[in-house]
Write a protein that binds this ligand. Structure first.
Ligand SMILES: NC(=O)c1ccc[n+]([C@@H]2O[C@H](COP(=O)([O-])OP(=O)(O)OC[C@H]3O[C@@H](n4cnc5c(N)ncnc54)[C@H](OP(=O)(O)O)[C@@H]3O)[C@@H](O)[C@H]2O)c1
Length: 341
């Protein structure tokens, strides 16, 4: 089946602050054999996600923390190269949760067969996968965005943000404003993705820049970053505005949490601030995939992906994503589907 070597990333130390390459270790193992009901998947693409940073801390959360000296895991798509399951044959492309390794062995029931002839494998980790559903559900089911509303999306050039902004535009937002961390990303949001305005949060005061771009205030804030941008957005929220609290990446590596000082505005403006997790919205997956597939077919959604090649560079991709080196979804490419095993 293969040369027999499986390279796997482990967590070597729990990071304090921004992670460093020394916190990770690449080990070689034998390629596993499938047990009854199991498959072996040769991973072709794997995801690196901000939430993985949280799982590196030894604290209780909605998913178990990564274990020291044990493999990391996360979303991946690959081809089944050995199967002991009649349901998932050799040659099937599957989405599953055992990334950070070249080969994964798992129960066939823990995989989902995907069609890589209608969309590339990476799409199932991005636009048609978890980040896409996060954007869709957060905007429509959590923030209840309505046509003609003014929307602000932070982290707007990333996987979730770039889709949240485009979905807002397609669902009839009056204006869509975004923030991102470089002038190139700001240009990309306006020129390529059709945002009405965007600003670089690293350049100039956030509150002033946001105020200039939102003369009619904000009805819906899709918050990917928390911290200072959340505080700035609360100042601009309109009466009965809604904030979908999706993520707080500005805080994930920060030793000191940013204290939001203007929460009392929620009262006077009757603003709701609602945190959500995509895993509570799987029931919307079919509606989301249908609508998003239509937009993709019609060329109405632009898909952005940043690729890093090779299992040996998976940590570089993860750290790069935390530093903002990605536009759209950060994907690690491990193998070509056509490559001999
Ligand atoms: N609630 C859920 O179920 C759910 C599901 C998926 C993701 N999320 C959250 O959604 C957010 C986006 O996730 P994603 O997968 O789409 O990641 P992403 O936006 O593709 O990548 C992370 C981005 O964060 C930005 N960033 C890094 N440090 C920052 C800081 N200090 N302040 C502001 N921005 C910073 C960087 O872009 P810049 O160059 O713009 O700084 C980077 O590209 C994250 O907070 C994640 O935890 C939540």
């Amino acid at each position: 089946m293969s040369s027999g070597v499986n390279r796997v990333w482990q967590l070597a130390a729990r990071p304090t602050g921004f992670p460093s390459p020394e916190d990770f270790r690449l080990v070689e193992e034998a390629v596993p054999a499938p047990g009854p009901g199991q498959v072996v998947v040769r991973n072709e693409v794997m995801s690196v996600d901000p939430a993985m940073r949280g799982r590196m801390n030894d604290v209780p959360s909605y998913v178990a923390p990564f274990q020291l000296d044990r493999p990391l895991d996360g979303g991946a798509v690959g081809t089944v190269v050995a199967s002991e399951s009649p349901d998932v044959p050799v040659g099937a492309s599957v989405l599953h949760g055992l990334g950070w390794r070249e080969y994964a062995v798992l129960d066939a029931g823990h995989t989902r067969v995907v069609d890589t002839t209608i969309a590339p494998a990476s799409a199932y980790l991005g636009v048609l996968g978890m980040p896409g559903l996060t954007a869709y559900a957060g905007l429509l089911d959590v923030a209840h965005m309505r046509p003609d509303e003014n929307v602000f999306v932070s982290g707007a050039a990333g996987a979730v943000g770039s889709l949240a902004g485009q979905i807002a535009r397609l669902r009839g937002a009056r204006t869509v404003i975004g923030s991102a961390g470089s002038p190139e990303k700001v240009r990309y949001l306006v020129d390529d993705l059709g945002f009405d305005g965007a600003f670089n949060y690293k350049e100039g005061p956030i509150r002033t820049q946001l105020k200039q771009l939102t003369p009619d205030g904000i009805d819906v804030y899709f918050d990917n970053v928390g911290g200072e941008q959340l505080e700035a957005a609360l100042f601009r929220m309109n009466l009965h505005g809604r904030v979908a609290v999706c993520g707080a990446i500005s805080q994930y590596n920060s030793p000191e949490p940013y204290g939001i000082r203007n929460l009392s505005l929620l009262i006077s403006k009757r603003v709701s601030l609602l945190g959500f997790l995509v895993m509570d919205h799987w029931d919307r997956r079919q509606a989301f995939v249908e609508e998003m597939s239509g937009w993709l077919r019609e060329g109405k959604v632009k898909v952005s992906e940043t690729f890093v090649d090779g299992i040996g560079h998976a940590v570089d991709a993860f750290l790069g994503m935390l530093r903002g080196e990605n536009v759209g979804k950060m994907i690690v490419r491990l193998a070509d589907p056509g490559e001999p095993v």
